[in-house]
Design a protein around this ligand. Sequence first.
Ligand code: 6GU
Length: 252
Amino acid sequence: MKISIITMFPEMFGSFLQGPVLRRAVRKGALEIEVVDLKDYAPGSFRHIDDSPFGGGRGMVMRCQPVIDSLRAVAPAAGGKSRIVALTPAGSVFCQKKAREFAQISHLVLVCGHYEGMDERIYRFVDEELSIGDYVLTGGEPAAMVVADAVVRLLPDVLREGSADEESFENGLLEYPQYTQPADYDGMKVPDVLLSGNHALIRRWRRKESLRRTLERRPELLAKAELSEEDEEILRELKMGENLKGGIFPPR
Ligand code: 6GU
């Protein structure tokens, strides 16, 4: 797939593009990524990318001409194969389902909003507006990195086989706790079951811890998750009697 990022601050993407997952995706031929500098579409010393809003008020608004010209250059309308997404706090909230949807697209264009917003006429060229959560960023650039990262790691051949399947959200639950060497660190022990070599017991323990975490931290996810008979049974165990504050660390 191809990802085009349209931004006033292309420098911000330097180290992001050098990260392991993106580099690997590009090397494997799964990804082409370009960062488009809006300044290239605002020629002349007095033509700025932003201007003060009609009607008055504080702050600056991104002008339509540079953004629309860059979109026309990056995503020629022919065939409409490009998905144009504006990153703005007023968009709907990005999620794993949306990442999976984007991973199927041949050309994703991410437009980073800035200042008090963009001229409303720009949105006629935009298919969708996305936010990454209920807080305010200075600009859409970190949000574009979030979206690009979440999408690229789902492309075929980018991650090791299976590593994207079992993690949080892919099955609608939070991930179970993980441990590595040593088995005893300063008296903090790895749960015995993980050292038992009994794969059926380990699988059930992990499923239970996954359900426990989700129940404790994100109960609203349980309502949407696909639960088996065994899951329902584990949940009954967790809800009745069993202490919800599991794990080796004292409750925070
Ligand atoms: Cl996409 N942009 C800005 N400026 N703030 C945000 C956001 C986006 N998502 C959450 N907060």
